[in-house]
Design a protein around this ligand. Structure first.
Ligand SMILES: CC(C)(COP(=O)(O)OP(=O)(O)OC[C@H]1O[C@@H](n2cnc3c(N)ncnc32)[C@H](O)[C@@H]1OP(=O)(O)O)[C@@H](O)C(=O)NCCC(=O)NCCS
Length: 142
């Protein structure tokens, strides 16, 4: 079954909100244009979000349905989000699954702008899972 990616529409946000609450993903102040969604047969099976902070881009709120994992759908979503970034600002992720971001060229870092530090603090306060900050290495943008 083929999986297609597209920009999210406002009506997708209700589904994203339910999944994000269940999976402990940061969905605050969601706007459809920030999201890329993956669909199979018209059903939403994954999504990711690109946040445009003053000093950095952030890949956030990333999810693929459990039965469809390890088939590169998450990778495709992140690549589509990275295509929307400009080279002037670094790209960060506050990652609950570092292995996934390592495979894409992100490295752990302690050095981060205020917006990413605030996200880290939020995740540590509100979510149970362990998270670390990762930054996309220079030259690894698609
Ligand atoms: C993170 C997530 C989006 C990855 O989606 P996915 O479509 O399965 O990812 P991909 O198939 O593109 O994985 C690419 C690579 O990342 C790494 N990877 C992905 N999932 C992994 C896991 N559970 N354990 C170890 N490495 C993993 C592997 O190197 C993988 O390549 P491989 O399958 O050839 O070994 C998905 O697991 C998910 O929704 N998790 C729950 C929500 C979550 O944790 N979101 C925040 C992530 S920081």
């Amino acid at each position: 079954m083929s999986v297609t990616l597209r920009e999210a529409r406002p009506e997708d946000l209700a589904v994203i909100e339910v999944v994000a609450a269940r999976e402990e993903l940061d969905n605050r102040q969601a706007r459809a244009e920030e999201y890329v969604v993956a669909e199979a047969d018209g059903v939403l099976i994954g999504f990711g979000r690109l946040l445009d902070h003053p000093e950095a881009w952030e890949i956030a709120c990333l999810y693929v349905e459990p039965g469809r994992r390890r088939r590169r759908i998450g990778t495709r979503i992140v690549r589509a989000l990275l295509d929307r970034t400009s080279a002037e600002k670094p790209v960060y992720a506050v990652a609950g699954m570092p292995e996934f971001f390592t495979a894409l060229g992100f490295v752990p870092t302690e050095d981060m702008p205020a917006s990413i530090r605030a996200k880290l603090t939020y995740c540590r306060r509100h979510f149970a899972g362990r998270v670390i900050v990762m930054r996309l290495e220079e030259g690894r943008r698609p």
